[in-house]
Ligand binder design. Structure first.
Ligand SMILES: C[S@@+](CC[C@H](N)C(=O)[O-])C[C@H]1O[C@@H](n2cnc3c(N)ncnc32)[C@H](O)[C@@H]1O
Length: 192
């Protein structure tokens, strides 16, 4: 159970900010898989704004919405090839020891695009900050979320997207919470 103060002061405002970016990047008719969906506050806001059909998946069940979700690892998604229009990977890749496996699976399942929001860093100092904020942010939600800290610099993500055969459409700054001093990017890659 997520503490109420975390829901009110962190999770809800964060979801609103993230959904605002994502509503611009998705279309009402899209079917969307939100891999690593967490509470599904973000998914629910997109659904309410656009009517898009959204399914969640996560290794843990924090779903606080009426939307459907499955408990499964992003590294092995139980969905057919090209079965959804868009896969969302919103601050999930750095929770996996094998982020590239989650990306590969997402590219397989997506018909059009994969949207990735990630914490990125440029030097060891920024990486240290990311680890501290990731630990604080996730441990206030649950002790069970894996924290392998598999963060990467922006250039490294771009190389991986290219090597996996996707086309990078955009890479823009994202601010999940106004007071966070850490660096975040929203990547849009097309798989068509
Ligand atoms: C920082 S939370 C982000 C939740 C949601 N995407 C959001 O932005 O509100 C990371 C989520 O990824 C999930 N997660 C961690 N490892 C995963 C994996 N290997 N496959 C799928 N989900 C995973 C965690 O359980 C957690 O809910």
């Amino acid at each position: 159970m997520i503490p109420k103060w975390v829901t009110i002061h962190i999770e809800r405002p964060r979801a609103k900010r993230l959904a605002n970016y994502l509503i611009e990047l998705t279309e009402p008719g899209h079917t969307i898989l939100d891999c690593g969906c967490g509470t599904m506050y973000v998914a629910n806001l997109i659904h309410q704004a656009s009517g898009a059909r959204i399914i969640g998946s996560d290794i843990l069940n924090f779903n606080e919405s009426e939307l459907e979700m499955c408990v499964c690892p992003g590294e092995n998604l139980p969905f057919a090839d090209s079965s959804v229009d868009v896969v969302l990977l919103i601050f999930v890749l750095h929770h996996s020891q094998e982020p590239e496996s989650i990306l590969r699976e997402s590219i397989r399942v997506a018909r059009k695009r994969v949207i990735i929001f990630e914490d990125v860093y440029e030097n060891r100092f920024e990486l240290g900050f990311l680890k501290i904020f990731d630990w604080l942010g996730n441990r206030t939600v649950s002790a069970s979320i894996p924290l392998p800290f598999t963060f990467k610099p922006e250039a490294e993500w771009k190389r991986i997207f290219h090597d996996l055969g996707t086309k990078l459409i955009s890479a823009n700054p994202v601010r999940p919470l106004f007071f966070l001093p850490t660096r975040h990017r929203g990547f849009v890659v097309d798989v068509e």
